[in-house]
Design a protein around this ligand. Structure first.
Ligand code: NAD
Length: 504
């Protein structure tokens, strides 16, 4: 049983550039999943906190919008330096709250900082287009301006990287932001907000409100929030998308996934085995880009099984701060139980459970939320464990006779986030890239998360909205394009009044 001591630190919302004190009654527990202990408390914000944060963001908006781009960019350069300087601190907080290994957490921080790099250079991407003389002494041009107050609602599994995929672009484009992170992994969010202030980010530009359903509802319904980017499950993402767009907001929801890698018989099987174990079990399978299905063509499943088993047997599952740990615990006790339940469903559906991680216990931390890795073979497309996201260290092999059959299995899936093909045949890889209906594609790369300056998005049940996150689409999402038609008539040379539609 988890115990709770009265002297636990209480986190605070971050509004108007400073922490907001909360009473103990308005907080919930934060667990360290590696020990199962409550380590701090997080506020449960709702409509009042969201309202205060929006007022702060509204007040900060005009000066922030009007700040010269280079001055804004300089704040981002300072923020980037501070984030690098605190990369280890951020990573430690991620590991503490989420459980992933410290090197994995550090890699998350560094991948997230790539979007700050992009924000530093954003003035280039905010440029418009100008065309002179579209009519007599008439010029026309486009410009991109901020929307106003915007929001980010983010999941537990990337407490630093996913918020960083959203708020730097929103801020650099001149918006002010309300960030509502997951209450399960809030530690690293607080530090980011503090560093933003230290970097010179004006009060009210980046506000953090913690909370769950009530806070999200308040954001979705707030009339002064112009746009929301949501990252999380399809169920909640659909609610945010439908209720937000109904109220005239611009919404992008980036949601659940079940990614599959297609293995062709000519692939390098050692590379495939390494990639499958890394992409299936890294971060305990709690990545939206985890590859948890392998579509094995021809005899590849038979050739891969011993290689996968050999690698699985060597995995070290331990506290993420322990040197050499490959995988940490599951982020919450409830989620661990849900994964265990899924393994039982797979067995009942008739898949072959080749490796059963349910029996794993970490002797050093019996109360931690640890789970071993599991591997199914002979998973078929009629099974729930094929169709549904488990979001844990559970890997399934699906057998396909041909490339076409394998491709059809991937294209028939409800989710379409990331995929990969493993082959030494350039022609087959080319066909895969052109015909697969999944937008993020790896060729002999198992977790094809695009570089920080590129966009990131899914399709089908993995994303809602027209634009991707980050990159060029991120700029479009967080700006309003204006089309200006301009004339400077010479005094006294204005033509006669005419009601005819203006022409050339
Ligand atoms: P989640 O949907 O439970 O939570 C996401 C956010 O919504 C959090 O801020 C949470 O506090 C809030 N929330 C949770 N329940 C809510 C409710 N009933 N009403 C309103 N708000 C609610 O997701 P999670 O468990 O934190 O994250 C895991 C999910 O996120 C997985 O499905 C994963 O695939 C997905 N994910 C997707 C991407 C992507 O880019 N597509 C990236 C990371 C994670």
């Amino acid at each position: 049983m988890a115990t709770e001591t009265p002297a636990l630190p209480i986190m605070s919302h971050w509004i108007s550039g400073k922490p907001v004190a909360v009473s103990l009654d308005d907080t919930g527990p934060i667990y360290n999943p590696a020990t199962g202990q409550v380590i701090a408390r997080v506020p449960r914000g709702g409509v009042d906190e969201v309202n205060i944060a929006v007022e702060s963001a509204k007040a900060a908006f005009p000066a922030w919008r009007d700040m010269p781009l280079i001055a804004r960019s300089n704040i981002f350069f300072a923020f980037r330096a501070l984030m690098f300087a605190h990369a280890d601190d951020l990573a430690r907080l991620i590991t503490r709250d989420h459980g992933k290994t410290f090197p994995d957490a550090k890699a998350e921080v560094l991948r997230g900082i790539e979007t700050i790099d992009y924000a530093c250079g954003l003035p280039v991407h905010l440029s418009g287009m100008m065309t002179p003389n579209v009519s007599t002494k008439v010029d026309t041009f486009t410009l991109r301006g901020p929307l106003g107050v915007v929001a980010a609602i983010t999941p537990f599994n990337f407490p630093v990287m996913v918020p960083l995929w959203i708020y730097p672009i929103a801020l650099m484009a001149g918006n002010t932001v309300i960030l509502k992170p997951s209450s399960h992994t809030p530690g690293a969010t607080q530090l980011q907000a503090e560093l933003w202030s230290q970097a010179g980010g004006p009060a009210g530009t980046l506000n953090v409100v913690y909370g769950g359903k009530e806070a999200v509802k308040a954001i979705v319904e707030h009339k002064d929030i112009r746009a929301i980017q949501f990252v999380g499950s399809t169920k909640v993402g659909r609610y945010v998308y439908e209720e937000g767009t109904k109220r005239g907001k611009r919404v992008g929801s980036f949601t659940s996934a079940k990614n599959a890698m297609l293995i062709l018989p000519d692939a390098d099987m050692d590379l495939v085995a390494d990639s499958a174990v890394a992409a299936g079990f890294g971060s305990a399978g709690e990545r939206c880009m985890a590859q948890t299905l392998m579509v094995a063509v021809g005899d590849t499943a038979e050739r891969l099984r011993p290689k996968l088993l050999e690698r699985i047997a060597k995995l070290k599952i331990a506290n993420g701060m322990e040197p050499g740990a490959d995988m940490g615990p599951i982020y919450s006790k409830e989620h661990r139980e849900s994964i265990i339940n899924w393994i039982g469903i797979g067995e009942a559906e008739g898949a072959e459970l080749v490796v059963d991680g349910r029996k794993f216990v970490n002797p050093d931390a019996p109360e931690g939320f640890f789970l071993g890795v599991s591997m199914f073979d002979n998973v078929t497309p009629d099974m729930k464990i094929f169709n549904e996201e488990i979001f844990g260290p559970v890997f399934g092999i699906v057998r396909a006779a041909t490339f076409d059959e394998g491709l059809a299995l991937i294209n028939g899936h409800q989710y379409a986030n990331g995929t990969a093909v493993f082959t030494t045949d350039g022609g087959a890889a080319r066909r895969f890239k052109l015909e697969v209906e999944v937008p993020m594609i790896g060729v002999n790369v198992p977790i094809p998360v695009p570089a920080g300056f590129m966009s990131f998005s899914g399709a089908k049940e993995s994303a809602m909205g027209d634009l991707a996150m980050r990159g060029e689409d991120g700029v479009r999402f967080f700006t309003q394009q204006k089309m200006v038609t301009e004339r400077w008539p010479e005094p006294g040379k204005q033509g006669p009044l005419s009601l005819v539609f203006p022409g050339n």
